[in-house]
Ligand binder design. Structure first.
Ligand code: 13P
Ligand code: SF4
Length: 386
């Protein structure tokens, strides 16, 4: 497949199925003002019964998460999608790359649906096949990447990048198995090219594996040769793509410093998509599932500062309050994942009612020539557990 290097499209407009960019939802949605949207969607869900399986990522809003048969982080949701061969329809309340992974991991008779096609991921958009192929070709001018470099893509990436990894002896990782995946990768080749999130790569390699920062370089995908010299590339163990999450970049060490001043006995927990300085100042670092598990296991009186998306943190704060545990959001700014937020009762009612009528809207289908190598890299991901 040819991938064209397009400028970013405004969310919800235009069509670019080869990436995480915004695309239009076809057809007529019910009016957002309909007060019965939740009831309509619940009735449609009930009518579909066992034929339907709904997955919900922890960043989804409350009105949506109530529909999920299973909630989880990216790793758990990918595993759950693969483990439900009897569900005819898998509705993914998450973002595009998650639904693509679910389509790749489910059987040919199953249909994966993303309620709003504009639910992409801005970090995933920071890498694409054109740029990664260009990087690989440029690396060939200084070393032999197929012998020396394992490509590792964070699951937050388009399916063709997972296929790139599958085709080049690489693997997919998630925030919950990144260390084990890096160990797997270094056992095969001396270097890793890690995309698109520099922070997950750097935090995992440095904080959990002790790889010195001077053995890591950042590949600036806007510059020839990533803005690096041949010597820098040859000397690096980790080549980190210069991508980041627009939500997690809002958390800063000064938020942690102020919390520590006010709450000397409090704990700080962060997602590994935060920058290294934030993770180093945190007491715990892990995936969304890990964050929930850790905070839920704390004793009454515990006070937490949490550096991840707002919907998760607000819900956790409400859950823990009656147990005497205080949960605070790390940033004074309202930072939500705006693309996760696109899934709403309006889109859910629309996709579910269409399914009841025998029509599938917003199906996510990865062409088999991309799905096959991508599946190889995703299957490896599911096997390699931290
Ligand atoms: P998790 O896999 O930890 O849920 O993270 C997904 C994500 O996109 C975080 O921004
Ligand atoms: Fe992507 Fe960041 Fe949203 Fe996660 S929180 S889906 S990485 S934009």
């Amino acid at each position: 497949m040819t991938t064209v290097d397009l400028p970013l499209l405004p969310l919800g407009r235009g069509i670019d199925r080869a990436s995480e960019r915004g695309v239009e939802c076809p057809g007529d949605l019910p009016p957002a003002s309909d007060p019965d949207l939740v009831a309509r969607a619940l009735a449609a869900k009930e009518a579909l019964g066992e034929r339907l399986f709904v997955l919900g990522h922890h960043y989804q809003r409350d009105e949506v998460i109530q529909f999920a048969d299973v909630t989880g982080d990216s790793f758990k949701l990918a595993r759950e999608a693969a483990a439900r061969p009897d569900a005819e329809y898998v509705v993914f309340c998450g973002v595009h790359f998650m639904a693509e992974s679910a389509d790749i991991l489910t059987g040919p008779g199953q249909q994966v649906i993303l309620p709003d096609l504009a639910a992409g991921c801005s970090m995933a958009d920071m890498a694409n096949l054109v740029k990664v192929n260009k990087c690989w070709e440029e690396l060939k001018t200084v070393l032999d990447p197929d012998a020396q470099v394992t490509p590792v893509t964070y699951i937050n990436s388009a399916a063709d990048l997972k296929a790139f990894c599958g085709n080049h002896g690489g693997i997919v990782c998630t925030s919950s198995n990144a260390k084990a995946v890096l160990e797997w990768s270094f056992a095969r080749r001396e270097k890793v090219l890690f995309f698109p999130d520099q922070h997950l790569g750097r935090n995992t390699a440095h904080m959990r594996m002790g790889i010195p920062l001077d053995q890591m370089v950042t590949w600036d995908f806007m510059k020839p040769m990533g803005g690096l010299t041949a010597e820098q590339i040859r000397g690096a163990k980790m080549i980190l793509w210069k991508g980041f999450c627009s939500v997690h970049q809002m958390f800063h060490v000064n938020h942690i410093a102020k919390f520590r001043e006010r709450t000397p006995n409090g704990y700080v927990i962060s997602h590994p998509e935060n920058e290294l300085a934030v993770c180093e100042k945190s007491d715990f670092v892990g995936s969304t599932e890990y964050i929930l598990r850790t905070v839920r296991s704390s004793q009454p009186g515990a006070h937490w500062l949490v550096g991840t998306e707002l919907n998760l943190v607000n819900r956790l704060a409400d859950e823990m309050k009656p147990k005497g545990v205080t949960v605070e959001f790390m940033s004074p700014m309202v930072c939500m994942c705006s693309t996760m937020f696109r899934t709403d009762p309006q889109h859910l009612a629309w996709v579910l009612e269409n399914l009841v009528e025998g029509k599938t809207v917003n199906r996510i289908r990865v062409p088999e020539e991309i799905a096959a190598p991508s599946r190889a890299a995703l299957d490896l991901m599911l096997e390699v557990v931290d």
